[in-house]
Ligand binder design. Sequence first.
Ligand code: URA
Length: 218
Amino acid sequence: MRRIADGRVRVDGRVVRNPSFRVELGRARLELDGEPVRERRTSLVIALHKPAGHVTTRVDPGGRPTVYDLIPQLDRFVFPVGRLDRDTRGLLILTDDHRLGQRLTDPLHHVAKTYHAHVAGVPAEDALEVLRRGITLPDDGTPTRPARVRSLGVAKDGGAWLEIVLTEGRNRQVRRMCAAIGHDVRDLVRVAIGSLELGDLPAGEWRRLAPDEVARLG
Ligand code: URA
């Protein structure tokens, strides 16, 4: 405050002595004693409820809608943390913070991603146990890590809803795991990343995360 009152601070070249003077960060040129002030920017982290049908890329050569069609032009570029398939719905985080992005996707950090999968038919308990222990994906032979898997109940169409919690993110992993036990996925929703839940954020809507939510992400 004193530095402002002493007239040592300039905004866009003009001395400002009023400590309540509003400055648009990222746009205003700030100087202290004639030296530019580098602002410490807080990360921008947004949660998007991705609907089915949108692809998780910046531009789609096929002209399909992308997740960027759902968020406004922001003052910085945000990238998606991991991907959701075009047909998968649910929680997608976008951020400008590369360190956060790495932490959330690095398998060594074990950040849990929780999915609800509607599968065809009702898997037997021993089939769920196979998924829990980890399975070798038949299409390319990769082993999956142990996962938390539980049944959420039988669906109206005779299929079942499963909750699957992964700490890794292989391409189409939930779909491939379920296909490997003979129960194709009909619908897939990511309902949480770490402790952050999708909650009642409506499909196609986004919101900026508060700093304490970002800190709890994982
Ligand atoms: N697993 C899948 O099969 N698809 C996703 O989009 C995410 C996890």
